[in-house]
Design a protein around this ligand. Sequence first.
Ligand code: 5RP
Length: 222
Amino acid sequence: MNDKQKVAVHAAQLIQNDMIVGLGTGSTANYFIEELARKQQQSLHVQCVASSIISTIKAQELGLPVVSIEHISRLDIYVDGADEVTNDKILLKGRGYDLVKEKLLAKASDKFLVLVDKTKLVSYIGQNYPIPVEVMPFAWKLVLASIEKVGGQAQLRANSAGDGLAISSHGSLVLDARFPDTIGASELNHVLSSIPGVVEHGIFESLATTVFVADNGHITEM
Ligand code: 5RP
């Protein structure tokens, strides 16, 4: 079992009967979905809500009941991976295309469990990845100008073939932004949330309840 799988299996042990469980997106979240489905076959009863179409499909294929996000006003627990995690549990997410739903579920959940291996631990947000900023398509140039005004740089994300632009599940364009490391994550969170035309961005502050970190098969809790 690799570290991502190990931490996912660990988190699945915390799921109790009749919970509404939010399913994240990505390889670690996939391991969690698989383990949840396995537990359901052994008589665990849950309802799921997924942060992406891909996770919905995976969960349904494995027999998990999935309700649409439009039908819930809260959930018990949301379980997802992250791209970066700081000591104070600020996260960077959204390397995929689903960060709007991911943040909605993280916010609406009583508990948000974050599952990472130790490669995701960083001393500042933006250390390893640019910060994804989802923008309304017509607003991208004005948002870019606002980012540059505070010392950042950004470029529109290309699609995987490299012959067009990436479109998020929400229908937005994505600016991948870098900032000088002198601007802290809290300040960036505030700055990005205040720019008109920004739909959502990848800094998740004050949302994670617990971060489980796997390191060579050992799990620690932040
Ligand atoms: C997608 C995410 C993922 O949780 C993040 O990219 C981690 O992915 P993985 O578990 O595959 O390393 O935020 O938007």
